[in-house]
Design a protein around this ligand. Structure first.
Ligand code: SF4
Length: 383
């Protein structure tokens, strides 16, 4: 018989889970709320400092539980105040979280997986392949650490909080790690946890349609969809998941999601790639897609591509991005161009590289599919 003692990481539990766990120790339900608040509202990791918990309970906690964050490998702060942490998640894998301060908010971009299996062509994480899903505790540890560190340094975005918004837009496809994601979202939303409104927590997906349907039932936070192309042929090439869930299915899932969403639009992310998806014909095709009979109320966020050598892709010229944006705006669409932040520390979108042990031979797959098919460049959908 193994003598190993099971220790529960309390960062793995939402309030319901923590309540059940406290009850299993013979403690009253309200003890779970007190404990939850110590961990997530006060950032406390030391049971002995939790002064309103009875001493016997604290002793039980010390014997059976821990609050295990992630080890920080590096921390970098950009001239514009952006902070990037690289966290060790074991076995040679690392994930990143990025804090982006703005005048009226502080946004934390959080990772959900070590690597990513979707393999988007313009994404440095996609080129690294997939290693494993993060646990609920590992997802939450990024927020827990950022909030503790930043408030200790006097960073206040609103009230006494540093992080006012969370975007699940770091490394990984959050909807391919659904069972760990949802409890983490619940802790972010819980009034006894981080108390963020559903509008201020955004899940970004490349379009995992069945899980969009489940999220709308289980925890309908704001939704961003990585679109990047207005036609199936081109999107198949840029976002390979499109072969499984093509645009018409994705649009239908977006429309359905809006019935429960905290906002009345979906945000579509569109990474601008020189000569690939940035022509005015693409802009018109995008309008036809989102404003056509099967379209969806939306906002378009154009993202200047952050080039990395293995991609073989180039950033669109600023004037091309502006012309694309004007074409959409001229048709009445809300369209913004994302400002790049943290450029000096490689914290801009698509640069959340971390480091993972690839278990999927992504580099090999990408190499085989490197040459962009000519019919894709021409926007021919019949491929
Ligand atoms: S863009 Fe998102 S879904 Fe696509 S490979 Fe990168 S992390 Fe994965």
């Amino acid at each position: 018989m193994s003598g190993a003692r099971h220790v529960t990481n309390l960062l793995d539990l939402d309030l319901e889970g923590m309540t059940a766990w406290c009850e299993s120790l013979g403690e009253k339900r309200f003890r779970a709320t007190q404990l939850f608040r110590w961990i997530h509202q006060r950032g406390c990791a030391d049971f002995s400092a939790m002064s309103d918990l009875a001493k016997p309970f604290r002793a039980k906690l010390a014997a059976t539980a821990e609050i295990r964050g992630l080890s920080v490998l590096t921390e970098q702060t950009s001239a514009d105040g952006t902070v990037k942490w690289l966290f060790d998640v074991g076995a040679g894998n690392a994930v990143e979280a990025v804090f982006i301060p703005e005048a009226d908010r502080g946004t934390l971009c959080v990772s959900s997986q070590a690597g990513c299996a979707v393999g988007c062509r313009f994404c440095s994480t996609g080129h690294q392949g997939f290693s494993r899903n993060l646990s609920t505790g590992e997802i939450l540890a990024q927020l827990w650490h950022a909030e503790r560190e930043l408030t200790a340094r006097g960073v206040r975005s609103s009230g006494d909080r540093a992080v006012t918004n969370v975007v699940m837009m770091g490394m990984g496809e959050p909807l391919q790690n659904y069972s760990a994601l949802v409890p983490a979202l619940r802790v972010m939303l819980d009034d006894h946890g981080y108390g963020l409104s559903r509008r201020r927590v955004t899940v970004s997906t490349s379009g995992v349609v069945p899980m969009m349907e489940r999220l709308q039932e289980d925890c309908p936070v704001a939704l961003a969809v990585s679109l990047h192309a207005p036609q199936d042929g081109l999107r198949d090439w840029l976002v390979p998941l499109n072969r499984k869930y093509p645009l018409q299915e994705l649009m239908a899932a977006c429309r359905a999601y809006l019935s429960r969403a905290p906002r009345d639009f979906i945000t579509f992310e569109y990474c601008m790639l020189d000569g690939v998806n940035d022509s005015l014909q693409h802009a018109q095709a995008l309008l036809d897609l989102v404003q056509g009979p099967h379209g969806v109320p939306c906002k378009i966020n154009l993202i200047p591509f952050n080039p990395f050598p293995a991609s073989g892709l180039k950033r669109s010229a600023p004037e091309q991005v502006q012309a694309f944006a004007r074409h959409l705006q001229g048709a009445g669409l809300v369209c913004t161009v994302r400002r790049t932040r943290g450029d000096d520390i490689d914290a801009a979108c698509g640069q959340l590289a971390g480091e993972v042990m690839d278990r999927t031979r992504a580099a090999e797959r990408m190499a085989h599919r490197f040459t962009i098919p000519i019919n894709v460049i021409q926007g021919d959908d019949d491929v």
